[in-house]
Design a protein around this ligand. Structure first.
Ligand code: HEC
Ligand code: HEC
Ligand code: HEC
Ligand code: HEC
Ligand code: HEC
Ligand code: HEC
Length: 293
């Protein structure tokens, strides 16, 4: 009797030990995979490794950050992980979405104005396109940019544009072949490039959040000096670029920066930071789109 019990006990212990070893083995087998992923990251991203390190410290908890790591590890996965919107998806902008589908589902701009008229007394009229909004909404408290951004980009989950269309800037904006960022439908004759962007908010503070150490703005200018003779100088923030790249000058800053960050086959800003406009722009409380220099 006693011997039998001991035998069962021993068998039991053996069984548990076996399970334990098997369990540990499984765990150990998986761990190196994770290490490998991290070890590969800088390699996959070659030159921009430091930049990523800096970024990582800023936002380790961000889910977006994981997406970025995945994307870096295997760029073929990037499409699945980050939700990119392509600038050619709604080629006409406003009127690509604001159409009359049926009597009940009338989303035309005219119907939207009628709804706003019922709601708060907006002028009621037939309207064909955004140039008409622009005429009545020049600079000021209710400038066209402010009203368009407020309607589509505020209110979080309550806002259909955010939930159904990724809240993407590229539903309305596009880059011309001259690197001018325009509103589709307002720049009728422009040749548009196809760019893509994911709506990530990495909550960057300024250019310096990414441009640190080897990638500091001063070093970027030095590299550009070697490449094509860009003036070489010490620079402390993106504001300093405006000295030469004035908005109304020959080479405005938005053109050179949009080109550098959003175009090109293997642009690492697009691959690793989702090509996100929010890395540089932010909607402030008054509805104004600002630039984080
Ligand atoms: C990708 C599709 C899409 C594009 C492009 C788009 N909109 Fe909208 N628009 C929406 C959606 C979705 C809503 C509803 C937002 C909400 O839930 O309040 C909306 C709402 C509106 C409203 C109603 C606001 C209100 O409070 O009733 C107006 C007016 C409007 N859009 C005008 C425009 C104009 C002008 C443009 C171009 C500059 C434009 N939209 C581009 C999808 C789009
Ligand atoms: C005929 C001139 C006119 C046209 C065209 C027009 N608006 Fe307006 N809009 C106004 C005026 C005036 C107000 C202020 C009305 C008020 O506050 O009672 C206004 C207010 C608004 C507001 C509310 C702004 C706020 O925050 O109080 C929105 C949103 C708006 N317009 C969007 C549009 C859009 C989008 C279009 C084009 C589809 C458009 N409007 C076309 C004259 C116009
Ligand atoms: C629903 C369409 C729509 C969406 C979505 C949209 N914009 Fe705009 N944006 C406009 C319109 C319309 C203007 C005004 C254009 C004009 O009057 O020439 C504008 C103007 C701007 C301007 C210039 C403002 C100024 O002071 O002159 C910036 C910067 C800008 N948008 C950035 C963004 C960014 C970044 C996003 C995404 C986070 C975004 N926009 C999303 C329609 C949109
Ligand atoms: C979220 C990170 C991030 C932010 C914010 C950012 N950059 Fe960059 N920047 C990058 C990456 C990544 C590249 C490399 C793009 C590529 O693959 O060519 C780059 C490239 C550049 C280049 C090199 C262009 C060339 O042709 O060699 C300059 C200059 C530059 N950025 C300036 C700026 C300025 C000025 C700002 C602020 C307005 C800014 N960046 C904001 C990540 C960022
Ligand atoms: C002292 C004046 C000066 C300052 C300051 C300056 N730039 Fe430039 N930049 C130029 C000139 C001039 C060119 C045209 C050079 C050429 O094409 O040979 C240029 C060209 C560029 C280009 C290439 C444009 C293209 O053809 O695609 C980029 C990118 C650029 N600058 C970014 C910046 C950034 C970012 C800053 C701030 C960190 C900056 N620059 C500060 C004078 C300046
Ligand atoms: C690397 C930083 C950077 C990124 C990324 C970026 N922008 Fe900009 N953008 C700028 C700067 C700098 C300006 C010029 C300064 C200003 O006007 O405030 C500008 C200006 C603009 C303007 C006004 C152009 C004009 O002619 O007045 C629009 C519209 C705009 N950006 C839209 C976008 C959209 C949409 C995206 C994403 C697809 C984007 N930007 C991504 C830095 C950036």
């Amino acid at each position: 009797m006693r011997k039998g019990k001991i035998l069962i006990l021993l068998l039991g212990i053996l069984f548990i030990t076996a399970l334990f070893i098997a369990g540990c083995g499984g765990g150990q087998a998986e761990e190196p995979k994770e290490d490998q992923q991290q070890a590969e990251e800088p390699k996959a991203d070659e030159q921009k490794a430091d930049k990523q390190e800096g970024q990582k410290e800023e936002a380790t908890e961000e889910p977006a950050e994981q997406d970025k790591e995945e994307a870096t590890e295997d760029s073929s996965k990037e499409e699945g992980k980050m939700v990119y919107v392509s600038s050619d998806e709604k080629p006409e902008g406003c009127v690509s979405c604001h159409t009359k589908e049926s009597e009940e589902k009338d989303y035309s701009l005219t119907a939207e104005l009628t709804a706003m008229s019922d709601e708060f007394g907006h002028p009621k009229m037939d309207i064909q396109g955004p140039e008409q909004c622009q005429m009545c909404h020049p600079d000021g408290e209710i400038s066209f940019d402010k009203v368009a951004h407020k309607i589509h980009l505020t209110g979080g989950e309550e806002n259909h544009f955010i939930t159904s269309y990724e809240g993407s800037c590229l539903q309305c904006h596009a880059l011309t072949d001259e690197n001018e960022m325009v509103v589709k439908g307002l720049a009728k004759d422009a040749e548009l490039q196809v760019i893509k962007s994911a709506s990530l908010d990495l909550e960057t503070e300024s250019c310096g959040t990414c441009h640190q150490n080897d990638y500091s703005l001063t070093n970027e200018l030095t590299k550009m000096n070697e490449e094509f003779g860009h003036p070489k100088m010490e620079i402390s923030s993106g504001e300093d670029c405006l000295m030469c790249h004035k908005a109304d000058g020959d080479i405005p800053l938005d053109k050179v920066l949009h080109k550098a960050h959003l175009t090109g086959e293997e642009n690492s800003f697009v691959a690793n930071y989702g090509g996100s406009c929010l890395n540089c722009h932010d909607l402030n409380d008054s509805g104004k789109m600002t630039t984080k220099l």
